[in-house]
Design a protein around this ligand. Sequence first.
Ligand code: IMP
Ligand code: MG
Length: 174
Amino acid sequence: MSERIVTMINAEQIAARVKELGAEIAREYKDRNLVLIVVLKGSFVFAADLARAVDIPLRVDFLGVRSYGEGTETSGVVQITQDLSRPIAGEDVVIVEDIVDTGLTIAHLMDLFRTRAPRSVKVCALLHKPARAKVAVKVDYLGFTIDDKFVVGYGLDFAEKHRNLPFIGVVERT
Ligand code: IMP
Ligand code: MG
């Protein structure tokens, strides 16, 4: 069995949308204490581009999370593999996620962060698959809404593969 990756969103489309998201965030957080919290590992590519598109002072921190085994179905259990390096009390948090699928990860992170008394918490996700929602989550800054397909590339993996693709694609087995 061989694998073929079909492009869903190309690098130019991603770059254009990320610039828009960055400009929007920069406008809204101009006089605030912005901290981008990057949800690892999937968001590392998106966050690197997004941070450079937000042209105001900000802080970046990382949170390691694991919600999947080796498969393509979420286990529903969100495991923190690496915590933030500093407190977020009084700061304006934007969680940077690669994709909101069932919504379980974001819902869990919102609950977790709220216990740490930030001034505000919003969500910026590159992708959203509303067809698979199990809990309602509000995505404040959204790149693209996509169909119920398992996607890879631009940081997203399938069993740790394909994170380095410069575009978003769908794995097809032939
Ligand atoms: P949720 O908790 O179901 O919303 O899933 C969130 C996490 O699952 C994302 O941050 C991704 O890391 C992963 N995920 C969900 N859908 C996909 C996909 O289509 N491709 C790769 N990873 C995915
Ligand atoms: Mg993720």
